[in-house]
Structures are given as C-alpha cells and as structure tokens.
Design a protein around this ligand. Structure first.
Ligand SMILES: Nc1nc2c(ncn2[C@@H]2O[C@H](COP(=O)(O)OP(=O)(O)OP(=O)(O)O)[C@@H](O)[C@H]2O)c(=O)[nH]1
Length: 504
C-alpha cells in the first residue's frame, strides 16, 4: 500500500511547532508525517526583538510549559526570521534526504534550547557542519517550492494558524495535540481536537515598501506606532522595485514628489504577476497630481496633511481588498489538489510567452506528462491514494525544474505540462530524463502497471521556434502526438516531435 502521510505545516520560530516536533519525535511518529516549513510572518524581513512580540512569545512559552512539561524548552530573547533556515531545510531535503530530520531537529534546538538566532547564516552552517554536510549553495529555484507550501497553508482551511496538521481526506487538526490525539490522527485517521487553542498567535505583520522623503519617513514612523504594518523604507525607485519583486509586499507607498512621472506604476503594472496596490501621497498642499496618478494605474492618491488621522486606516482598506483578491486569484489560477497552475493559467502563460518568443525569435518547448495505467492504479488502490499519487508526481515535477521562468501545471486528470522558454532539443530530452528519474525515485508501487512495478509516466515533447506562422496550440498538438507514440512504445518513455520550420 502507498503510505498516506499526514502533512504538518509549521514554522521554526513557533514554540508550539517546536514542541509538537519533539513530541512526535518521542512518539516515533515523525517519519509518518511530511513536515512542511512555512513562515508564519512572511512579510517580516528580519529577526525581531520588538517588546510586544516578545511579550506574546512569553505568554505562548508559559502555555507550552504547562501543556508539554515533558519537553525541554527555553524562552528565547528574539524571534528569528526563518526564510533562510527554511531554504536550508528544503535544500537538504533534496540533496541529503536522510539528513533532513537531523537538520530540522538541530535547527529547532538551536533556537529553543540554545537561544541562537537561526536567521544567521553562520549558525545554520555550523549545524550543517555538525551533520557532516559540506557548505551548501542554495538553489534559487527552491524558493518556488517554499512559496507553494506557503500558498497551500495560506489558502488551506487552517485559519492562518500553526502548527496545522492535515490528512489526505482533507481533515484538519490545529495546534499542539496530546499524544493520544496525535496517534489517532496520524495512525488511524481519527480526529479528536482537544488542545486546539495551542496554536501560534504570532500574527504576520503586513509589509509596506515605502519611498519617501526623510520628513515624511519620520512622521509615518511616529504615526504608525500602534499599527500592524512592517514599514520598509527605500531611497531610490530602483531599490523599491527590486524589493517589490523579491518580497511581494502588501502595499507600495510612494511620495509623489519622488516619482513625478509615476513611472513605478507602469513598471509594476507591466509585470502581470504582481498585483500590489500602489498608493501615492503628497506631504504638501501644492497642486495635486491625483488625476494623473490614477490614470497611470495608482490604486489611490492620498493627501497626507489633510488625511493624517485616517491615513493608516485607508492603507488597511487597500490591504484588506488585496488579500481578498489574492485568495480569489489563487483559486482562479491553481489546481486545488496539487497546488500547480491550472489549465487557464497554463493557457495564459503560453499565450504571453509565445508572443515574447515571436518577438525575440526564440524557441519554446513543452512536455506533456501522463501517468501510466492510472485508471488501474485508482481501481486497485482507491481514489484517495490516487489523489496522493497525483500530489507526489506534481511535487516531483516541480523539483525537476531548475529555471525560475519554467512553468509546471496540471492540464487535467492525470496529465501535466511543463513549458520551457528559450530552449533546445537536447535540454528538453535531458529534462524529460530527469523527470523519469525523479518519478522513479519517489518510488510509488503500482502492482497493476504493465510498464513497471512502480508508478511511471510517459512524456510527449515538442519544440518550435515561435513564429506568426504557427501558434502554441500547434505545439500542444505535436506534444500530444509525441505522447501517443510514447504510450504506443510501451510507456515509461519519452518521444519527441519538432514542428516544421516557419516558411518565412
Ligand atoms: N484519483 C484521481 N484520479 C483521477 C483524477 N483525475 C482523473 N483521474 C483518473 O485518471 C484515470 C485516467 O485513465 P485513462 O485516461 O484511461 O489512462 P490510464 O489508465 O492512465 O492509461 P494510459 O494513460 O494509457 O497509460 C481515470 O481513471 C480517471 O478517473 C483525480 O483527480 N484523482
């Protein structure tokens, strides 16, 4: 039988998550769960020793002492940002899977027993050294995997709480549970929710990236004392733009004097993946440029002197709408089972990239990946295990891609697609082989397959120089034909099709 593990969403900097981790370890249940690290305060750019947050942490710490007296824990004097630690963990999961558990335990203990700041590279490297791993270079691509876990947690039924446990029937158990509840949920799939108030109350601060003059900065800081925003100030438009791409703040705030042409609006709005409200403000009573700003794509234009008192409330309204929009956008573009892009988003992506490739006369490649004998798999193991296999295949596909601008999506049923820009025949063949290898490595038994004892896929590959003569639908047709040949040739293999060269 394929294993169907419980998924745990947790952060390194949450005391309930640490204690749950240790409790599962004591119960011998850690190998029965998939531990997915997320950031409970994803906007926070650095570690924090803000007294209010530390007070909250102290309350949580005292609760943990009562609820888990068997676990050793101290109350650290800072709340580390966990982005880097998460990246290390994911890299180790991929490159040294057998050491994942050791790294995770030591990183947790560094913070919760030794009061070490695990946002520091040197601390993480010393942990790596302890477990005999050479210094790691962190591949950029893994950010996407962390993002997808973050999104699955964010849009799941977890009420934005951690630790959150979920099984493959979609049942959810929140908080630090006692041993009996954990055993029941993880081993038997029975849910009792005894301690569901033991969740991390550490609330994410919404990040705002701001470009303004020093006077305005001082006033904003003084006005924002009780606000739940993390404000990150910049001196230059280029810096603000780079930071936006990297951190995806909830909102961008710009003093209109510093971007008189509203150039930031065009730069941000050109990039269709970014849906961040841009708010301009003026800190003077000079003539307002409101009309022009709104025309250029700003979400609002505020007059600081007159609207000082309601300034932050107005920003909060924009953030609230942005969050609602993000949730809807996620539903519209992602497949709910695997978290991959859905058919609609794949079509949009192909359309956009085809146009670009026509302009630059580059080649686009697609791989259509279809699981072999999946009907027999479902019939033999049941639909729930079938769903779990689809999730694992999706994850293997994501991990097969190395370039940030490649796309992987679920076309429907047991069929997936990978789209690769600026590519060549040989690179696509190499990628297809990597996918076969990754699927083989996840090792899902398939007793009813005639191709192998394990679950396998067939892949149809097509490549074309993008040109006004052809279009991406033709590319998909060719990939489909190639897939048909791969199926006819015994499955668990790839076939290649090249579209005819353009005629002019
Ligand atoms: N568990 C599960 N099964 C699905 C899902 N979507 C489609 N399927 C199943 O996927 C199977 C696809 O079967 P077929 O199209 O006959 O293909 P196949 O059995 O994989 O055979 P070949 O592709 O020829 O190797 C069907 O049984 C569908 O019910 C899903 O979301 N979850």
């Amino acid at each position: 039988m394929p294993d169907h593990k419980t998924i745990v969403y947790a952060d390194f900097n949450c005391p309930f998550c640490y204690v749950l981790h240790q409790r599962l370890d004591n119960l011998g249940l850690l190998n029965k769960v998939n531990w997915r690290v997320i950031q409970h305060a994803p906007g926070a750019s650095s570690s924090s020793n803000d007294p209010k947050q530390l007070d909250l942490l102290k309350t949580e710490y005292q609760l943990v002492l009562k609820r888990a007296p068997e676990i050793k824990i101290i109350n650290p004097n800072l709340i580390p940002n966990t982005e880097l630690a998460n990246n290390y963990l994911l890299t180790i999961m991929q490159q040294y899977p057998e050491k994942t558990h050791m790294f995770r335990s030591l990183a947790y203990e560094a913070l919760w027993l030794n009061n070490l700041d695990i946002s520091e590279k040197s601390i993480l490297e010393s942990i790596i050294e302890q477990i005999n791993i050479k210094p790691l270079s962190l591949p950029q691509k893994f950010d996407n995997k962390l993002d997808s876990w973050q999104q699955l947690w964010f849009h799941g039924d977890f009420d934005l709480r951690i630790p959150a446990l979920t099984n493959n029937r979609g049942e959810v158990m929140l908080g630090l549970q006692n041993a009996k509840s954990l055993n029941n949920f993880i081993k038997l799939g029975i849910k009792n929710n005894n301690e569901n108030n033991n969740v991390c109350g550490f609330k994410a601060k919404d990040r705002i990236d701001i470009l303004c003059l020093p006077d305005s900065e001082a006033t904003l800081i003084s006005l924002s004392e009780n606000e739940s925003f993390e404000m990150v100030f910049h001196n230059k438009i280029s810096e603000l733009f780079k930071s936006t791409i990297k951190h995806h703040p909830c909102l961008i705030l710009v003093e209109s004097k510093l971007d008189m042409q509203f150039s930031l609006c065009s730069r941000i709005n050109e990039n269709q993946n970014i849906t961040i409200p841009i708010i301009y403000f003026q800190n003077s009573t000079f003539e307002s440029q409101e009309m022009q700003a709104l025309y250029m794509g700003a979400s609002d234009y505020l007059h600081f002197p007159q609207q000082k008192n309601s300034f932050f409330e107005r920003l909060k309204v924009h953030v609230r709408y942005k969050k609602r929009l993000d949730i809807l956008a996620n539903h519209a573009t992602h497949d709910p089972l695997t978290g991959l892009f859905n058919r609609r988003e794949i079509d949009d992506f192909l359309e956009r990239n085809w146009r670009n490739a026509c302009r630059y006369k580059t080649e686009i490649g697609v791989l259509i990946i279809d699981i072999d004998y999946f009907k027999d798999y479902n019939d033999h193991y049941g639909h729930i295990n079938g769903d779990e296999a689809l999730i694992k295949v999706a994850s293997a596909l994501e991990l097969s891609l190395f370039r940030a601008d490649d796309l992987v999506g679920r076309i429907g049923g047991e069929e997936f697609i990978v789209v690769v820009n600026q590519t060549q025949n040989q690179s696509l063949l190499t990628l297809a082989q990597r996918i076969h290898d990754k699927i083989s490595a996840i090792n899902i038994p398939h007793a009813k397959s005639k191709a192998s004892k394990k679950l396998t896929v067939s892949i149809g590959i097509a490549i074309s120089q993008a040109h006004a003569d052809n279009n991406y639908h033709m590319l998909l047709e060719y990939a489909d034909k190639a897939l048909y040949f791969a199926k006819s040739n015994g499955r668990n293999t790839s076939e290649f099709a090249q579209l005819p060269a353009p005629t002019y």
